[in-house]
Design a protein around this ligand. Structure first.
Ligand code: PMP
Length: 507
């Protein structure tokens, strides 16, 4: 027996916390374009989804998550006995290399591909080869990371063919048809499904190969909470068309900047260049993290707001255009809700609120729009117990983001007042960005949560709010209220100069 030694292996880039510390930013200001993960978790990833698994977390799942494996089997038209689960598809890359190439050879198609194949080969005591025809294991990365291309599947091979389809959904492909010929297909919940942190991947193979995999795997490497998240995600229809359209928009904008991304079949773009690291270094101070390779720069596609920030930073660096004010990012996660808020006070009324509680989403949208803000509030809540928790948390999240955005409350008009009618209803709102949390509200009739929502806002944003609203129709009354508060806020938020609007010199 020889002593084990360390070998070169996968290196994670620094975490958000480490980068933030180094750059003098807050961890939430770091935007990762280096992980090929979507900007948001799926709507199905909410506290209620894992509640059942939590109730049984003291138990093992004796069937290796049969319900999840059956859902996967149904999706690909294979039998349950052809599906194995792992902690990410990385687990299978390591396991299959050890299984089929121990002490042998590994080839990848294309040759410039995902680094884990190389590390898995090293772990298995195998060597990398360019000779695809003779290799013991051939990984075909379809579509390929990092180049984004869709390589042809080689036909003349004698080793084990592994089709890594981590990004298949973006390309609209499915290699399950090759399983009958002996190929193993690897898939992951980390990319299109937005569950990278849950660590769930799966392998599709013949019954014999699946039995072989199960015999060499630890008995249960996926947690029950992760399996619940994966099951909820796979039960929802997956639509990546918006991501694909966004990728093309970003590609065109990069083209306008003189950069030339290759056609991509994935959720990232690859720009061939020699000095990719210099782009990484130049964008890091903006909190933007890109990934440099020897052959080029890889940029993950996030959502439009994040991508715009990247494009703005690139314009700033390459053309010298001024950098627009950043969105204030704020996240809130409780036992009932998970919300992400991005807010820019001096905005253009670009407002999008989607938390699943249509009416109050609409109310917050009105407030932000009439307040002249840019706001993106996304997330989900467990509505099984009614809308109370979600509405409260939405307005608390918005209030916290507002409080952060107001910072020291310097140079603002401070006071604002507005009267807004809505048919027979009339609302009157007075706001003071005082730093003191106080809400005096007389809203009648209240559709249910209007007063509570405004109270939550006043508390968390530390503002004083006086609102009177009367009418016959509760919907009209609420709408007038939120618009009036928005209009009053717009006045209070007016920039006046450098000073604090108080004789005391501070708020
Ligand atoms: N294959 C490819 C091509 C990848 O890019 C990745 C993630 N970077 C993986 C597999 C592994 O993904 P996970 O382990 O999260 O399933």
């Amino acid at each position: 027996m020889s002593e084990p030694t360390t070998i070169p292996t996968y290196q994670w880039p620094p975490s958000n916390e480490v980068l933030a510390e180094r750059l003098g930013l807050r961890p939430q200001d770091i935007v990762r374009f280096d992980g090929n993960t979507p900007a948001q978790p799926p709507a199905s990833a909410r506290p209620g989804t894992v509640a059942r698994a939590l109730a049984d977390v003291n138990e093992y799942d004796r069937g290796r998550y049969e319900t999840l494996r059956q859902a996967i089997a149904d999706q690909h038209g294979v039998a349950l006995e052809q599906v194995s689960l792992g902690a990410g598809s990385d687990e299978f890359i390591v396991l299959l290399t050890a299984l089929f190439a121990s002490g042998g050879t590994v080839a990848t198609v294309p040759s410039d591909s995902y680094s884990m194949y190389r590390y898995a080969a090293a772990m298995a005591g195998a060597t990398m080869t360019d000779d695809v025809a003779k290799a013991d294991v051939v990984f075909v990365c379809r579509p390929n990371n990092p180049t984004g291309e869709l390589p042809e599947i080689p036909t003349a091979i004698r080793g084990q063919l592994i089709l890594d389809e981590a990004y298949a959904q973006y390309a609209g492909i499915d290699g399950t048809c090759y399983v009958a010929e002996g190929a193993v297909v690897l898939r992951t919940f980390s990319k299109a499904y937005g569950l990278a942190g849950a660590r769930v991947g799966y392998a599709l193979a013949t019954r014999e190969t699946t039995a072989l995999i199960h015999s060499r795997q630890s008995p249960l490497s996926v947690s029950s909470l992760s399996a619940a998240l994966a099951l909820a995600a796979i039960r929802q229809p997956l639509d990546v068309s918006a991501q694909v359209a966004e990728r093309e928009r970003v590609a065109a904008a990069l083209g306008d900047l003189g950069l030339d991304p290759r056609p991509s079949w994935t959720n990232f773009l690859f720009i061939p260049m020699e000095n990719a690291q210099s782009y990484v270094d130049r964008l890091l101070p903006y909190g933007i993290v890109l990934r440099a390779y020897q052959a080029g720069l890889r940029i993950s596609i996030r959502d439009d707001l994040d991508n715009d920030r990247l494009l703005d930073a690139l314009r700033c660096e390459l053309l010298g255009t001024p950098m627009p004010t950043a969105y204030q990012r704020h996240e809130r996660a409780t036992a009932e809700t998970r919300l992400t808020c991005r807010l820019r006070l001096a905005g253009e009324g670009r407002v999008y609120v989607n938390t699943g509680e249509g009416f109050y989403d609409h109310m917050l949208q009105q407030l932000a729009f009439h307040g002249g803000m840019d706001l993106r509030m996304e997330g989900v809540g467990d509505l099984e117990t009614g809308d109370h928790h979600l509405v409260e948390d939405v307005f608390r999240t918005f209030g916290e983001a507002l409080d952060e955005a107001l910072a020291k409350r310097v140079g603002l008009a401070r006071y604002g007042e507005s009267r807004v009618p809505m048919d027979e209803a009339l609302a009157h709102a007075v706001v003071d960005l005082s730093g003191r949390a106080k809400a005096t509200l007389d809203i009648s009739p209240d559709p249910g949560m209007a007063a509570h929502a405004l109270e939550s806002l006043a508390q968390t944003a530390r503002i004083t709010l006086h609102v009177t609203a009367k009418g016959e129709n509760a919907h009209h009354v609420a709408e007038a209220c939120f618009k009036a508060v928005g209009r009053a806020m717009r006045q209070a938020l007016q920039r006046t100069g450098g000073e604090v609007a108080s004789t005391k010199g501070s708020l």
